[in-house]
Write a protein that binds this ligand. Structure first.
Ligand code: PLP
Length: 414
């Protein structure tokens, strides 16, 4: 479901790229081709300007002082919350600012799940989860006696509604699944998961780190209980993200941080909490980050999320097909239905060496386990190269990647 109206015609992507100052540089003598947006995206000038303006003109704390600059900062911070919330189809009061996806998932794990799960309860995951959506649940399982259950993937790495149904039991109390895989680029059937979970009041937690930057998202339409995402992967600043939670679920959770600004009343012995979302935002928040993120959302909305989704999907599909056609290159994940990322290996060459040779040609990719070691084990590999695409990439960048891999072959004599 689209929450952000797309412009009628797709933008000219090469012109969009001009908004990103990092792309004006050459790296190792070549025009930079940035294919590591799944790790973190580049930032447009409008976001940099919004952050600079805050620090230069009204660098005040929020929700505290009554002076003019503080009022302006509070207004801008809360306007950013409303904007980011609307971007994912939520109300401002259901959006908690966090440090990022990792903190949001930890908030649910420590604040909600530790309080509500009991021995024998089941937590449903997939083998493709990012460590940020696995390790917190391992800790919850250890603390509560709940059990982790993994819904199997198909041979080409997809999570099907049938696999979810087969893995769900009457003991399933919580399911935590990525919306889009950061390695395989697959989009998971969240609506089917929610329909099944809510029949027995199980809670659905979605890791939206790789979907919020690329897809039109509506948490209301998806029906999820929690949805965590990060600003830095969607043109915003680092150090800030958000957790959407259905208000009744948020009210059932304990805060992670206790201290200033998260309280209602304090006496020497006791304290009571502010309402949601503020009870989860103890201490001085990342004001500049929130304001910069608001500017990033405005930037994405101007381009239209439908266009962005179609563009990054088309580039990834094109790259996957062309890489798979190269001798000695294996591409992971399904042939169709891929969002923005392509993980692959070059037979006989370590992924770090592939990345190094690509870097020598000005092409930035990631090499490693992508914080998904159980998935690497399931694929019977240690690591892979990952090229990830976003709104500033073009077909020319795919050409450069394909040429770069031919150079890898020449360099290693393969
Ligand atoms: N989940 C997924 C699928 C990711 O790709 C990432 C980051 O790479 C994360 C979670 C963690 O995000 P962050 O480091 O912003 O907390």
């Amino acid at each position: 479901m689209t929450t952000t109206p797309a412009t009628t015609a797709p933008p000219t992507w090469a012109a969009v790229a001009q908004a990103f100052p990092a792309l004006r540089q050459t790296v190792n003598g070549h025009r930079l081709v940035y294919l590591d947006s799944a790790a973190t995206s580049l930032k447009p000038q409008a976001v940099i300007d919004a952050v600079v303006e805050y620090y230069a003109d009204y660098p005040s704390n929020v929700h505290r002082s009554v002076h003019t600059l503080a009022g302006r900062a509070t207004e801008a911070y809360e306007a950013a919350r409303a904007r980011v919330a609307a971007f994912v189809g939520a109300d401002a009061q259901s959006l908690v600012f966090t440090r990022g996806t990792t903190e949001g998932l930890n908030l649910v794990a420590s604040g909600w799940a530790r309080r509500h799960l009991r021995p024998g309860d089941e937590i449903l995951l997939t083998p493709a989860e990012h460590h940020s959506n696995l390790v917190p649940w391992q800790q919850v399982a250890k603390a509560t006696g709940a059990r982790l259950v993994f819904a199997p993937l198909t041979a080409d790495g997809r999570l099907t509604a049938e696999a979810i149904r087969a893995s769900f039991t009457s003991r399933t109390r919580l399911a935590a699944v990525a919306h889009v895989s950061n390695v395989l680029g697959t989009e998971n059937p969240i609506r089917e998961l929610v329909a099944l979970a809510h029949r027995q009041d199980a809670v659905v937690v979605v890791d939206g780190a790789q979907s919020a930057p690329h897809l039109p998202v509506s948490v209301a339409a998806l029906g999820v209980d929690f949805f965590a995402f990060s600003a830095h992967k969607m043109c915003g600043p680092t150090g800030i993200g958000a957790l959407y939670g259905r208000p009744e679920r948020l009210r059932e959770a304990d805060p992670l941080l206790f201290g200033g600004e998260m309280i209602a009343e304090v006496d020497q012995e006791h304290a009571t909490w502010a309402d949601v979302p503020y009870r989860f935002e103890g201490g001085t928040p990342h004001v500049a980050g929130a304001i910069g993120w608001g500017a990033a959302v405005a930037f994405l909305e101007r381009l239209g999320m439908d266009h962005i989704a179609a563009h990054s999907r088309a580039l990834a599909m094109d790259a996957a097909a062309r890489l798979a056609a190269l001798p000695r290159v294996s591409v992971y994940g399904p042939a169709g239905g891929r969002q923005a990322v392509v993980a692959f290996n070059y037979d006989g060459v370590h992924p770090h060496d592939v990345a190094q040779v690509l870097d020598s040609q000005g092409i930035a990719v990631r090499a490693g386990h992508h914080c998904a070691q159980p998935l690497m084990a399931a694929l019977s590999i240690q690591s892979s190269v990952r090229a990830s695409f976003y709104l500033y990439n073009t077909r020319e960048d795919v050409d450069r990647l394909v040429d770069g891999l031919r150079e890898v072959g020449r360099y290693f004599g393969r």
